[in-house]
Design a protein around this ligand. Sequence first.
Ligand code: NAD
Length: 314
Amino acid sequence: MDKILVIGACGQLGSELTLELRKIYGEANVIASDINLPKNELADGVFETLDVMDARRLGEVVDHHNITQIYHLAAILSAVGEKKPDFAWRLNMEGLMNVLQLAKEKKLHKVYWPSSIAVFGPGTPKQLTPQDCVMDPNTVYGISKLAGERWCQYYFEKFGVDVRSLRYPGLIGYKALPGGGTTDYAVDIFYKALEGERFECFLEKGSYLPMMYMPDAIKATIDLMESDAAKVKVRSSYNLAAISFAPEDVVESVRQHIPDLEVIYKPDFRQTIADSWPDSIDDSRARSDWGWQHAFDLDKMTADIFKHLPALIE
Ligand code: NAD
């Protein structure tokens, strides 16, 4: 049985993905780790405090638990990255390089590392952005993800490291708060609506972005990692898509449940980042190579969030 280490397990994605991995592979086989301490159900399983920049400690944790797979999720996201560019570059690159180097030395079976739609930029075709096209990111986050993709492919080709990756769109989940990205507004709106507060949107109407509900993102991640290596033909990172919407679309969807939600649009620096990203993504390679299919559209996602979130914020 493989033993899995999740790095960055306390974040928006990690806190849900780790629990799902534990359900599938057993609690004892999935070790959560993060620079911060865990909350809620995450704390029930095995947890290690770990800074992914500390290569020696990373090696010790891997040895101690006989780890054979790593899901490396720790990163500084797009909006926070623009405020701390030097640090974002260091964490996003050094963290990945430590993991890839260790995977090579210790012959780990598999590594998962997420990329992002932030690898695209103003020169990229905006509609149904293809897998291979102009990539000219203009955020430090996007630059670090694009460089990371190249390193993943390099380690696969030169050293045989079985590293797999997805270019996530904006992820929408209700269980953990987002970590400072450009699509966080689409999470915040649900909290504001349920708390009866006015929703201030930091993006302008008409800002279409690719998005995905968290259960779909988790399914895609596990499907990719479970696929036969021969089917994983893209070794930089796969385009991945589900929904594409603008703020007014999610407002309309939320108002089907909470009709009196008040909204004002107050775009800030994140508008420039959003404007440089695609409106929608062509993920046909993921669909044909390893059978990716999403389950949630906007209204189905909204209904599911309103079914579960009220109990969490009472
Ligand atoms: P997040 O900010 O919510 O979580 C990141 C986690 O990493 C946090 O728990 C943080 O404490 C931890 N961390 C930070 N520095 C660390 C370090 N030095 N060592 C160990 N842990 C550290 O991010 P997320 O939204 O969960 O994103 C996870 C991954 O998915 C990231 O690589 C991100 O770039 C990618 N991604 C996310 C989205 C999204 O919309 N959330 C979209 C595209 C890609």
